[in-house]
Design a binder for this molecule. Structure first.
Ligand code: UT7
Length: 329
């Protein structure tokens, strides 16, 4: 990894969001469709999760979704693929074991030979990817970075399990970060605790002798819910304290879109009215690493989020992994 600015850590660089993009596959699966598949109801799903519908891939792969979102983000940033010097993709549903989805995407975009790699941090994948890309830019190792969250969770969903199948969907979102002489990204925070594997997992994989009959998400939803609410409350405090900021300094909360009740709890913790919280979970369910960039892009494109406003993004997911990013847009 070359450092165009000399030695690591010397440059006082920040990263800023230059452009965003998103993509949902066209096929929609509604709560009413799910009523035909498992013992559930539109009323239960809406009340307990806030989800009305989700988008599901037909033949598309994670990289197909990522490519559309990435091209939209590059267009919005006015940056050509060959100008990129870093590509990071947060995904738990890569197209192949290898090459990484980031490498597949790099070739599709014609992005030259910059470093490209995936990050597997499940629902916190986009926050982790943004955190890593921000560090590359801060230390002078990159000036323009493509950060993507993309998933085809429908491929690891057990469509006979009502505890999980009503929750998840497919999609992709992307952000182009570029170096700047002022924030931009104020701080990024990443945590994991591997002791909670059994609460949320896909209990098979290549290294343990892949068993296709077990390649589905399993979750003890209620326990995950309680842990998520407490942990996200803590990370709000950690993020504000790290920047010497008050709750009132935050203009927008862009939370991981898993469950409206978790989002409401974090908004309450911040003292933010729901008009300042970006909610898209109703339209696409939990899309794991894609959910924050999907929400971010929606609120930027419809004009709610404006340049100069302070955004708090936070996520919690399998691992457990969790994290946040505080950024001036
Ligand atoms: O994104 C990463 C992390 N994941 C999350 O953040 C998800 C966290 N968890 C949740 O969002 C919620 O726990 C769920 C939405 C998954 C479940 O909501 P809950 O309020 O925690 O419900 P529960 O699991 O305590 O179940 C309540 C009842 C149960 O019936 P009994 O035992 O009370 O008779 C379930 O069997 O709801 C039943 N149930 C359903 N009923 C209708 C569970 N799934 C369904 C369903 N339709 N789809």
């Amino acid at each position: 990894m070359s450092n165009p600015l000399g030695h690591e850590g010397a440059a006082l660089n920040y990263s800023r969001i230059a452009g965003t993009g998103a993509h949902l596959p066209p096929k929609i699966l509604t709560n009413l469709d799910l009523e035909e598949m498992v013992d559930t109801s539109d009323e239960w799903i809406r009340e307990r999760t806030g989800i009305a519908e989700r988008h599901i891939v037909g033949g598309e792969t994670t990289c197909d979704l990522a490519e559309v979102a990435a091209r939209r983000a590059l267009d919005a940033a006015g940056i050509r693929p060959e100008e990129l010097d870093l590509i990071v993709v947060g995904t738990t549903t890569p197209d192949q074991v290898f090459p990484s989805t980031a490498c597949l995407l790099q070739a599709r975009l014609g992005a030259g030979d910059c470093p490209a790699f995936d990050i597997q941090a499940v629902c916190a994948g986009f926050i982790y990817a943004l955190g890593v890309a921000d560090r590359f830019i801060r230390c002078g190792a990159a000036r323009k970075a493509l950060v993507v969250g993309a998933e085809t969770l429908s491929r690891i969903t057990d469509w006979t399990d009502r505890n999980t199948c009503v929750l998840f969907g497919d999609g992709a979102g992307a952000v182009v970060l570029e170096s700047a002489d002022a924030p931009g990204v104020f701080s990024t925070h990443m945590h994991s605790d591997g002791n909670y594997k059994s609460l949320l997992e896909v209990p098979t994989g290549i290294g343990s002798g892949f068993d296709a009959g077990r390649a589905f998400m399993t979750m003890r939803g209620n326990e995950v819910f309680k842990f998520a609410v407490t942990t996200l409350g803590r990370i709000v405090d950690e993020t504000l304290a790290a920047n010497g900021m008050e709750k009132s300094d935050v203009d927008w909360l862009i939370p991981h879109q898993a469950n409206i009740r978790i989002i409401l709890a974090t908004a309450r913790k911040l003292g933010l009215p729901m008009e300042r919280v970006v909610v898209t979970v109703d339209r696409h369910g939990n899309t794991s690493a894609a959910s924050i960039p999907l929400a971010l892009d929606a609120a930027i494109r419809d004009g709610r989020i404006r340049r100069g406003e302070t955004l708090l993004m936070e996520a919690f997911g399998g691992g457990f992994t969790w994290g946040s990013v505080l950024v001036k847009y």
